[in-house]
Design a protein around this ligand. Structure first.
Ligand code: OAD
Length: 234
């Protein structure tokens, strides 16, 4: 195998699972307890904003005090040590990649520590709860502050940059994602069309398992550091 010159890594909830963050579709996952149509769509927010705020307030509170795990640290190490182009794209709304030291990072589904004002369109750093009464820190209007996360039916963030990196990469690595949510799930095909080698690192074969050239199955804290180690010392 020739050494890669441009790497794109896509992560999902599985990379944070061993830090104590719930996944979505595993047994007991978030979507087994909540109906995504009610809490993760613009229509659900329009119907019952208080319920949506409650759902995200709870999730934001559950992230307090969590720490990055060996998989997050391994990816930060890869970014620092790799000499070529590198982009980490995460579907996760936690900040564990940053906490581990990753910098070339896109949160395509937004982040929990940010608020978006639907009145003025500005983003503000956020730590506490949100409600309909919360004033926007920028325009001070109430009723417009929402979690800065991408809901079903909305366009993920910074897709132009993501497509550009996928079209230029020669190694694509998917970690801890079920491969069920588009457009993230399409990334393996986009990378393959660009001629990249594609690798899946997941607890079990994902929905998109057949699309990958290679796969390693097991807990992210074991298989990600091992994979990064092999990549950095071939
Ligand atoms: P899912 O819950 O759909 O998938 C998590 C994947 O991680 C599964 O394939 C698990 O097998 C795997 N997994 C679980 N524990 C693991 C571990 N310790 N090590 C490695 N893999 C593990 O989560 P995502 O694919 O991230 O979007 O979900 C994608 C999107 O769907 C989310 O960003 C969210 C959700 O609805 C929005 O809310 C817009």
């Amino acid at each position: 195998m020739t050494a890669p010159s441009s790497i794109v890594v896509l992560t999902g909830a599985g990379v944070s699972a061993e830090s104590g963050v719930d996944t979505f579709r595993d047994k007991g996952g978030i979507w087994s307890k909540a109906d995504y149509r009610e809490v993760a769509t613009p229509e659900g927010f329009a119907r019952n904003p208080a319920k949506v705020h409650e759902f995200y307030n709870l999730r934001r509170r559950r992230l307090v005090g969590i720490r990055p795990n060996a998989a997050h640290f391994a990816l930060a190490r890869l970014e620092a040590a790799f000499g070529g182009a590198f982009l980490l794209v995460t579907q996760n709304v936690d900040s564990l990649h940053e906490a581990a030291g990753s910098r070339k990072l896109i949160h395509m589904h937004g982040r929990h520590d940010s608020a978006l004002c639907m009145h003025c369109g500005q983003r503000s750093p956020w730590t506490g709860d949100m409600s309909l009464e919360t004033p926007c820190p920028v325009c001070e209007a109430t009723g417009g502050v929402r979690p800065d996360v991408v809901w079903f039916g909305e366009m993920p963030y910074r897709m132009d940059e993501i497509y550009r990196a996928l079209r230029a990469c020669d190694l694509f690595v998917s970690i801890g994602t079920s491969g069920t949510v588009y457009p993230a799930a399409q990334s393996v095909r986009d990378a393959q069309a660009a001629g990249a080698r594609t690798v899946e690192l997941n607890l079990e074969p994902s929905e998109k398992a057949d699309a990958f050239d290679e796969a390693f199955h097991g807990p992210a804290t074991e298989i990600v550091p091992a994979f990064v180690g092999r990549l950095l010392s071939p």
